[in-house]
Design a protein around this ligand. Structure first.
Ligand code: KG4
Ligand code: ZN
Length: 330
C-alpha cells in the first residue's frame, strides 16, 4: 500500500499531491498570476515562481493529507514534456527528497498522466478506452489499452485546442488565458459566423488556420464598422467556440467508430469547456457511449494525476534512478 508524494511543475502551476494506494488524499496547486499581464506564460518567470512555491506547496499537501514526510514510500515527478526550467525545479526537488529519505523515485510522462486522471475518482473507466486530451499545449486522441500502454491515434499538426481558444480570444482583447472567458461570453451569443478550418483529413487536428480566419474576418468587419467587435462580441465568441468544439467532436466520433470503442474520456484543461461537455454528453447518449469527464481540478495540470500514474508504475516495479534529467520533449 504505497503512499506517494507527487510533484507537477511542467508549465505555470506548482502542484503537489499525496496519493495512498491509488486514493488521492490531497492535491494542492499554486497558480502563477505573473503571466496574465504578459498575455502568456513567460518561462523565466515560471521557473522562479516554482522555486518559491515548491516547498510551501508540498508542505500543505502533506499536512492536508495528514501524512508525515517519513511515511512517504516513493516520490513521483513530471519528467516532461514541458518548459525545461519549470521541469527542473520539480525534478530537483523530487530527487533531493528521495535521496534524503532513501526512497524510490518514479518519473511520469505528463501526457500519460492527463489520460490517467480518470482514476482519481469514480467511476473509473475499464480498459481499453478512448481519451481526447485537450489542453493549452496538446491535442491528442489516445487509445488506452492499459495504464502504461497508450497508443496515440491522432494529434494536432500545429496549434493545440487550448491555444486556438487563447489566440483567438487574444484577438478579441480577452485576458490570458482566454478560454474560460470566451466560454462564458459564448453562452450569451449565437454561432452565426463561419470560420475557415483546414482539415488534415485523418484523425489529426489543425487549428492554426482558425485564428487567421478570425483575424481576417475582424479586420474586414472593423473597416466597415469600427464598433463591430464590441457590438458582436458574444456571437463572435460563440462562433469560435462552435468551430473548435465541432472539430473536436467530429474527430472524436471518427476515432470511436474506427476503434469500435464506446468508453470515451475527456482530459486536459479544455475539458472545462461547457459546450464541449454538453456535446460529449448529448453525443454519448445518442451513441450509447459511457463518458468520463474528471472534475476540473483533475482536468487542468495537477499533481494528483502524477501520483495516480506513479501508483500504476509502483505496482509494476518501474522506478527511476538519481541520474534522471527532465526532458522538454518527452
Ligand atoms: O491543461 P491546462 O490547465 O494546461 C496545459 O497543460 O496547457 O489547460 C489550459 C488550457 C488553456 O488554453 C485554457 O484557455 C483552456 O485550457 N481552458 C478552456 C476553458 N478552461 C480552460 N478553454 C475553453 N473553455 C474553457 N472553459
Ligand atoms: Zn497539461
Amino acid at each position: 500500500m504505497p503512499t506517494i508524494l507527487a510533484i507537477e511543475s511542467s508549465c505555470d502551476d506548482t502542484s503537489a499531491a499525496v496519493v495512498r494506494d491509488g486514493v488521492v488524499l490531497s492535491n494542492v496547486t499554486a497558480a502563477q498570476a505573473v503571466h496574465v499581464e504578459y498575455g502568456g506564460v513567460v518561462p523565466e518567470f515560471a521557473s522562479r515562481a516554482h522555486q518559491r512555491n515548491i516547498v510551501p506547496t508540498v508542505d500543505v499537501a502533506l499536512r492536508r493529507a495528514a501524512v508525515a514526510a517519513r511515511e512517504v514510500d516513493a516520490v513521483a515527478f513530471t519528467r516532461g514534456p514541458g518548459l525545461i526550467g519549470s521541469l527542473m525545479v520539480g525534478v530537483s526537488f523530487a530527487k533531493a527528497f528521495a535521496l534524503a529519505r532513501n526512497i524510490p523515485l518514479i518519473e511520469v510522462d505528463h501526457m500519460q498522466a492527463h489520460v490517467l486522471a480518470h482514476f482519481a475518482e469514480d467511476p473509473k473507466p475499464e480498459f481499453p478506452y478512448l481519451c481526447l486530451t485537450v489542453s493549452g499545449g496538446h491535442t491528442q486522441l489516445v487509445v488506452v489499452h492499459a495504464p502504461l500502454e497508450q497508443e496515440i491515434i491522432g494529434r494536432t499538426i500545429d496549434d493545440a485546442a487550448g491555444e486556438a481558444f487563447d489566440k483567438s480570444g487574444k484577438l478579441l482583447g480577452l485576458p490570458y488565458p482566454a478560454g474560460p472567458e470566451l466560454d462564458r461570453l459564448a453562452r450569451l451569443g449565437t454561432p452565426v459566423l463561419r470560420f475557415a478550418q483546414p482539415d488534415p483529413g485523418d484523425l489529426n487536428f489543425s487549428f492554426s488556420g482558425l485564428k487567421t480566419s478570425v483575424l481576417y474576418t475582424l479586420q474586414k468587419e472593423n473597416k466597415r464598422d469600427p464598433a463591430y467587435v464590441s457590438q458582436h462580441l458574444n456571437d463572435i465568441c460563440a462562433s469560435i467556440q462552435d468551430a473548435i468544439v465541432t472539430t473536436l467532436m467530429q474527430k472524436l466520433i471518427a476515432a470511436a467508430e474506427q476503434t469500435g470503442l464506446s468508453r470515451i474520456a475527456l482530459a486536459g484543461g479544455v475539458s472545462a469547456n461547457s459546450e464541449l461537455r454538453r456535446r460529449l454528453v448529448s453525443e454519448g447518449q445518442a451513441r450509447g457511449w459511457n463518458t468520463y469527464v474528471p472534475r476540473i481540478e483533475y482536468c487542468t495540470d495537477n499533481a494528483a494525476m502524477i501520483g495516480i500514474t506513479a501508483t500504476f508504475k509502483y505496482d509494476l516495479g518501474v522506478f527511476t534512478d538519481q541520474s534522471v534529467a527532465p526532458s522538454a520533449r518527452l
